[in-house]
Design a protein around this ligand. Structure first.
Ligand code: 6PG
Length: 235
C-alpha cells in the first residue's frame, strides 16, 4: 500500500490525471471504474482541459457505483462524468458502460455484473479491472458500501443493491471481492472532513474494521491512497 500526500486538491487531481494518461497509452484495452461524489469533479475538469486531445480510445469506462436515478438526474454519477469529461473530451459512447440507474435496482445489479464478466479479463474467477478509482465518505464508506451493509464487502455477486443510510436512496455498487481483484485501486481523498476516518484507518489503525474503506486490500493488485494535506493532517 502506498500513500501520496499532496499540498492541494488540484495537485492531487493533476497527478492522478497524469497517471490515467500514462495508463491510456499502456496497452490495447484498459478497463477503468470511476467513482462518484464531488471529488472527481476537479479530476474530470483537468482531463477535459489539459488532456482534452489525449487519445482516450483504449480506455473503457465503468462505475464503482451509481445512484438508482435516471441518467439526466443531477444525482447521476454518469451525468457528472458526461458533462465534465466525456463530452468535452469526445469520449466515444461505445467505450462508456454506465449503470442503468433508471432500471429496477436488483435487475440492474445482475445485468451490470454479467456485463463485467463478459467484458473484463477474468482473474481468480472474477472480473479484473485495470484500475478502480474510489472516494471515501466521512463515514468511511467507499463505492456504495456503507458501514451498515458490511456484508457487501464479502458479497458473492460482483454487483449488489445498496441503500444510502440516511437518504434511503438505492444504489448499484461493486462489491468487495471484485474491487479487491483489481490490478490497481486508487483512493482520491481530499478535505479536512475526511481526516478523522483517515486517522483511524491509516494512522491509529484502531477501531477501523467498521469502515468499509479499511477493507479495500487488493488480493494481487496495488493500492494507492492519494490524499491532500487537509485529509491526511486535518489542516
Ligand atoms: C458516490 C461515491 C461515493 C463517494 C464518497 C465520497 O456515488 O457518492 O461513489 O463513494 O466517493 O461518498 O464522496 P465525495 O467525493 O463527494 O466526498
Amino acid at each position: 500500500m502506498k500513500k501520496i500526500i499532496f499540498k492541494t486538491p488540484n495537485a492531487l487531481a493533476s497527478a492522478f490525471a497524469e497517471q490515467l494518461v500514462n495508463l491510456a497509452s499502456d496497452k490495447e484495452v484498459i478497463h477503468v471504474a470511476l467513482s462518484g461524489g464531488s471529488t472527481p469533479k476537479l479530476l474530470f475538469e483537468i482531463l477535459a482541459t489539459t488532456y482534452k486531445n489525449n487519445d482516450w480510445s483504449r480506455l473503457r469506462f465503468y462505475w464503482g457505483d451509481e445512484r438508482c436515478v435516471s441518467p439526466d438526474d443531477s444525482e447521476s454519477n454518469y451525468l457528472m462524468a458526461k458533462k465534465l469529461f466525456f463530452d468535452p473530451a469526445n469520449i466515444a459512447s461505445k467505450h462508456i458502460f454506465r449503470v442503468l440507474g433508471e432500471n429496477d435496482p436488483r435487475q440492474e445489479a445482475e445485468r451490470y455484473g454479467n456485463l463485467l464478466y463478459k467484458s473484463l479479463p477474468i482473474v481468480n474467477d472474477l472480473p479484473c479491472f485495470d484500475l478502480i478509482y474510489l472516494g471515501m465518505g466521512e463515514d468511511g464508506h467507499t463505492a456504495s458500501i456503507f458501514p451498515h451493509e458490511m456484508e457487501l464487502m464479502t458479497h458473492q455477486e460482483v454487483c449488489a443493491v445498496a441503500t444510502h443510510p440516511t437518504s434511503g436512496q438505492k444504489r448499484v455498487t461493486l462489491t468487495g471481492p471484485v474491487i479487491n481483484n483489481a490490478r490497481s485501486v486508487v483512493f482520491l481523498i481530499t478535505g479536512t472532513a475526511k481526516y478523522p476516518r483517515i486517522k483511524s484507518i491509516l494512522k491509529d489503525q484502531r477501531d477501523f474494521e467498521i469502515f468499509p474503506a479499511a477493507h479495500i486490500q487488493p488480493t494481487h493488485g496495488h493500492l494507492t491512497w492519494y490524499l491532500d494535506k487537509a485529509a491526511y493532517e486535518g489542516a
